[in-house]
Design a protein around this ligand. Structure first.
Ligand code: ZN
Length: 490
C-alpha cells in the first residue's frame, strides 16, 4: 500500500503524511453525541466528515477500529464544571430515568445516521459503562501528582501540568491569558485555579446519576471519558482523534493533558477537527431560533425550510465544502446541492447505458488519478466532486457523439463513480427505492389516464383538461396520440 494520504493535524497545524502507528491497523476515536436531544445539523457534519475518513481508510486497505463514543453522563450544562448534567436535567423534565432519555436519543441518532448513510463505528462505548476505567485513570493522575482532591471532588492541576508540559499546545490558548479571563468568573473555591477541570465531581444530594468512588459518591468529569475509553479500546498510542472544532478547547486540550500525564507521552498522533456550520450566516443555536434537527430537515417541518431536503442532499451538501472550511446552510445552497447531485446521478445513468467504441478520445485514467490526488490532499472532497462534474461533461459529449470512448476508458469512468461517489463519498443512489415508487406511480397514472380517456369519450372535456392541468402542475406532461397518450415526468 503506497501511503499518499496527507491529513491536517491540529496539533502541528500543518498537513502531515499519514503513517499509522501500527499498520495495517488504524485506531480512530471520534467524540460522539451527548444524548439529551435530537440530532441536528451540528451532528451531521462531524458524522459525515469522519465517515468520509473512515471510508477512505477502509478503501486504502487499512483495518480500522473506529470508536465513536456516546456521552450519557458528566456533560454539564455550561461545558465546564458547573450546572446540571444535561441528561439528568432532561430526565427530570420528562420524568424519566436518565438512561431512558439516553436510549431514546441514541436510537433516534442511529436512525438519522443511517439515513445519512454514515457507517456504524466498530465500537460505540458509553461513558456510563466505563466508570471503573475512569476512576482508575483518576487514581493514576493523582499518583503522578497532577490532580488534587477537594471536598470530595478531584481536579486536574493545570498550573502544575503547565510547568512540565505545555497546556494549550493543541488549542493555541495561553495559560497566562486564561488567568485574566477566568479569575473573576470563578466562584468555585474548591478549585485552586478556575481553569482546573474536574476529573471527579461529588454529587449534590439531588443529583441522580452517581457512583461510589474513593473520594465521594459522584460522577466523572466530561473530559475524562474519552481518555479512558480511547486507552481501553485503542491502546496507549493511537492514530486519529477527531471531533468538531468546538471540542478543541476545553475538551480535547484537557484530554491531551490527562493522556500525557497518565501515559507519560502523547497518546494521539493526528488530531483532526471539522469546522462548524452556520445557518444563513449565523451560528446555529436554540436561542437564535435557527436550530434545525435532521428530522425536520428531512421532513421540511421547520419554518426556516422552504421544503424538505433528502438525507443524500444534506450529505452531498456537507461534502461540497472542505471539512476545515465553514459551511453555511441556506435554502438556496441546499437546492443548488440537490440539483448538482441529481446531475451526477443522472450522468451516471447515462454512463451505464453508453456503448464502447473501438477508439477513445477520452482519458479516464487521468480523471481517476486527479480524484485520488484530491482525496489524498487532506480529504478534499469538493475538488473530487468537481472532477466528477468534469466526468459528467465528458459522458454527455460521448452520449451526443461528440467524443468517443473505448471499453477500457468506459470501465475506468464507471470505476471512478463507484469508488468516489458511491464508496468514498458515500452517496447512495436511491434508484432501487425510486424504482419501487415508480411502479406504483405507473399504475396510479395508468388509472388516472384511463379516467381521462373515459371523460373524453363522454365529451366531458372540462374533466379531461382538469386532469391534464393538474398533472402538469405535478410535473407530469401528457402527450395525446392517436392510440391513447404518453406521459413524461419532467
Ligand atoms: Zn470526547
Amino acid at each position: 500500500m503506497e501511503e499518499k494520504l496527507f491529513l491536517y493535524n491540529s496539533l502541528s497545524r500543518k498537513k502531515e503524511k499519514f503513517e499509522p502507528v501500527n499498520p495495517p491497523y488504524v485506531g480512530m476515536y471520534v467524540c460522539g453525541p451527548t444524548v439529551y436531544g435530537d440530532a441536528h445539523l451540528g451532528h451531521a457534519r462531524p458524522a459525515v466528515t469522519f465517515d468520509l475518513l473512515f471510508r477512505y481508510l477502509l478503501h486504502l486497505g487499512y483495518k480500522v477500529r473506529y470508536v465513536r463514543n456516546i456521552t450519557d453522563v458528566g456533560h454539564l450544562e455550561n461545558d465546564a464544571d458547573s450546572g446540571e448534567d444535561k441528561i439528568a436535567k432532561k430526565a427530570k423534565i420528562e420524568q424519566l430515568e436518565p438512561m431512558e432519555i439516553a436510549q431514546f436519543y441514541i436510537n433516534r441518532y442511529h436512525r438519522e445516521m443511517q439515513k445519512l448513510n454514515v457507517l456504524d463505528p466498530s465500537i460505540e462505548p458509553h461513558a456510563s459503562g466505563h466508570i471503573i476505567e475512569q476512576i482508575e485513570l483518576i487514581k493514576v493522575i493523582l499518583e503522578k501528582g497532577y490532580a488534587y482532591e477537594s471536598n470530595g471532588s478531584v481536579y486536574f492541576d493545570v498550573e502544575k501540568y503547565n510547568k512540565n508540559y505545555n497546556y494549550g499546545k493543541l488549542s493555541g490558548r495561553v495559560l497566562d491569558d486564561l488567568y485574566c479571563n477566568t479569575r473573576e468568573l470563578d466562584g468555585q473555591s474548591e478549585k485552586r485555579n478556575s481553569f482546573d477541570f474536574a476529573l471527579w465531581k461529588k454529587a449534590s444530594p439531588e443529583h441522580i446519576m452517581r457512583w461510589s468512588s474513593p473520594w465521594s459518591d459522584g460522577f466523572p468529569g466530561w473530559h475524562l471519558e474519552c481518555s479512558a475509553m480511547g486507552h481501553k479500546y485503542l491502546g496507549e498510542k493511537f492514530d486519529i482523534h477527531g471531533g468538531g472544532m468546538d471540542l478543541l478547547f476545553p475538551h480535547h486540550e484537557c484530554e491531551l493533558a490527562q493522556n500525557t500525564v497518565a501515559i507519560g507521552e502523547e497518546t494521539v498522533k493526528y488530531w483532526v477537527h471539522n469546522n462548524m456550520i452556520t445557518i444563513n450566516g449565523q451560528k446555529m443555536g436554540k436561542s437564535l431560533g435557527n436550530f434545525i434537527t435532521l428530522e425536520e430537515m428531512f421532513s421540511g417541518s421547520n419554518k426556516i425550510l422552504e421544503r424538505p431536503y433528502s438525507p443524500m442532499t444534506i450529505r452531498f451538501f456537507i461534502l461540497q465544502a472542505h471539512y476545515r472550511s465553514t459551511l453555511d446552510f441556506s435554502n438556496e445552497a441546499l437546492q443548488a446541492a440537490e440539483k448538482g447531485l441529481t446531475r451526477l446521478l443522472k450522468g451516471y445513468e447515462v454512463l451505464s447505458k453508453l456503448n464502447p467504441d473501438n477508439e477513445s478520445s477520452v482519458d479516464a485514467e487521468t480523471i481517476m488519478s486527479k480524484c485520488y490526488d484530491a482525496i489524498n490532499d487532506d480529504l478534499n472532497s469538493p475538488i473530487v466532486i468537481s472532477y466528477l462534474f468534469d466526468a459528467i461533461k465528458i459522458i454527455n459529449s460521448v452520449a451526443c457523439g461528440n467524443e468517443k470512448i473505448d471499453r477500457k476508458n468506459l470501465d475506468t469512468l464507471k470505476d471512478i463513480f463507484n469508488i468516489f461517489l458511491f464508496n468514498i463519498l458515500g452517496i447512495k443512489n436511491d434508484s432501487s427505492d425510486s424504482q419501487e415508487n415508480s411502479e406504483v406511480l405507473k399504475n396510479v397514472l395508468a388509472m388516472v389516464l384511463e379516467l381521462r380517456s373515459q371523460a373524453k369519450a363522454n365529451k366531458d372535456y372540462a374533466t379531461s383538461d382538469l386532469i391534464r392541468n393538474e398533472l402538469s402542475k405535478l410535473g407530469i406532461t401528457i402527450k395525446d396520440k392517436k392510440d391513447g397518450c404518453e406521459w413524461e415526468i419532467n
